[in-house]
Design a protein around this ligand. Structure first.
Ligand SMILES: NC(=O)c1ccc[n+]([C@@H]2O[C@H](COP(=O)([O-])OP(=O)(O)OC[C@H]3O[C@@H](n4cnc5c(N)ncnc54)[C@H](O)[C@@H]3O)[C@@H](O)[C@H]2O)c1
Ligand SMILES: [Zn+2]
Length: 363
């Protein structure tokens, strides 16, 4: 079994990564301080994994709340179903909320844990690759508001994370690729060796090979944990995690959330960041093509949609939250594995990449 420790002083927690973790009662119970738990899952994931999760709790008192499936339900109204379940079952401040599902369930159950009776214990059992490599590290929880995504939330760290690679076997391939986009991102930020490993092992990841998944999840969580530990509340370094995201959010915003998956928009967004980094003579042509090629191999789009006008694209990027003091900060690459947060570029260089956004092709 691979175990990773997220080092946050008193709030440090382990991430367990392997196949066949669900069902193992030895694993979960040491992280449940009280004598009750509430499992939060959704309509899609519960039929697959609720039973084996319940088996991990054996005789411990536990209740379940099943939410509808979808980002559109990640709101305060549906969040209330979790509070209803907690209160109806009279669960006290020493209870533990267990999130069983993808990032949506994780964010909602996490926010319920942060706020119910001013905070109860929280455990994550992420079942999408995206949730295993991204949302299970960093402590961000929350729900959407009609006027903005993830606008209501809190920081709340889990007691433990259990990433069972078997759960990926039932995940739709498109969702798998979307998670791989974030995995590639860590390689580009500061893990050149890992990027090379991904070039060699992309087929194994797409085939949902347990060893390849375990390695990719471990390196990704470690990379995110290191960045977050250095900057828990997002002032500087943590912005590196936005590589591809400022471009990607413009795509998601324009098409409407749900048309492209988040990871797909990030795939095309990382290609734009690579293109711009190359035009600025930072990233070599060879590295740029390696990036296009890997993203394409992961079955992700390498070109942003041409249907968005240049003006709209720029406007959508500028409303992204990374604008500080009027300067749009971007994450660009000096090389593969050497990304920096910068506003050290000319406006024409940004306009140029927006203009030529659908020209990426791996050579
Ligand atoms: N908290 C953070 O730091 C953080 C980071 C990144 C993303 N997020 C959030 O995560 C959400 C996206 O997460 P996601 O990509 O996991 O989406 P998701 O939770 O919507 O899951 C994607 C789909 O896969 C289904 N599913 C989940 N596990 C499955 C499995 N094992 N087998 C079959 N189907 C399965 C889900 O029911 C859903 O239909 C967004 O709301 C985003 O804001 C949060
Ligand atoms: Zn992302």
């Amino acid at each position: 079994m691979t175990t990773l420790n997220v080092d946050l002083g008193e709030r440090s927690y382990p991430i367990f990564i392997n196949k066949n973790l669900l069902g193992d009662s030895q694993l979960l119970q040491p992280y449940i301080p009280g004598n009750s738990a509430l499992i939060v899952s959704n309509e899609t994931v519960a039929p697959l994994y609720l039973e084996s999760t319940q088996a991990m709790l054996s005789s411990l008192r536990h209740e379940t709340v099943i939410l509808p499936d979808g980002e559109k339900y990640k709101n305060l109204e549906v969040l209330n179903q979790i509070y209803d379940g907690l209160l109806a079952s009279r669960l006290d401040r020493n209870t533990t909320i267990i999130a069983l599902g993808g990032g949506v369930v994780g964010d909602m159950a996490g926010f319920a844990s942060a706020s119910y009776q001013r905070g109860v214990h929280f455990i994550q059992i992420p079942t999408t690759l995206l949730a295993q490599v991204d949302s299970s590290v960093g402590g961000k929880t929350g729900v959407n508001h009609a006027l903005g995504k993830n606008m209501i939330g809190a920081f709340h760290q889990p007691k433990a994370v259990i990433a069972d690679t078997n759960t990926i076997h039932t995940l739709p391939n498109r969702e798998l690729s979307a998670g791989i986009a974030e995995v590639i991102k860590y390689g580009l930020i500061n893990q050149a060796d890992f990027f090379s490993w991904l070039e060699q092992n992309m087929e194994a990841l797409l085939a949902k090979d347990n060893d390849a998944l375990t390695h990719a999840i471990k390196i990704s969580c470690q990379a995110k944990a290191d960045i977050v530990a250095a900057d828990e509340r997002e002032s500087g370094q943590r912005a590196l995690l936005n590589l591809g995201h400022t471009f990607g959010h413009a795509i998601e915003n324009n098409l409407g959330y749900g048309e492209w998956l988040h990871g797909e928009a990030i795939g095309a967004g990382m290609c734009m960041a690579a293109q711009m980094s190359h035009q600025m003579q930072w990233l070599s042509e060879n590295d740029m093509h390696r990036i296009f090629k890997l993203i394409e191999k992961a079955k992700l789009p390498i070109n942003a949609p041409a249907s968005i006008s240049n003006d709209d694209f720029l406007a959508l990027m500028s409303v992204d939250k990374k604008v500080m003091d009027g300067v749009l900060k971007l994450v660009l690459m000096k090389a593969i594995g050497q990304s920096i947060v910068t506003s050290d570029y000319r406006r024409e260089q940004l306009l140029d990449v927006i203009h030529h956004r659908s020209n990426a092709s791996p050579v």
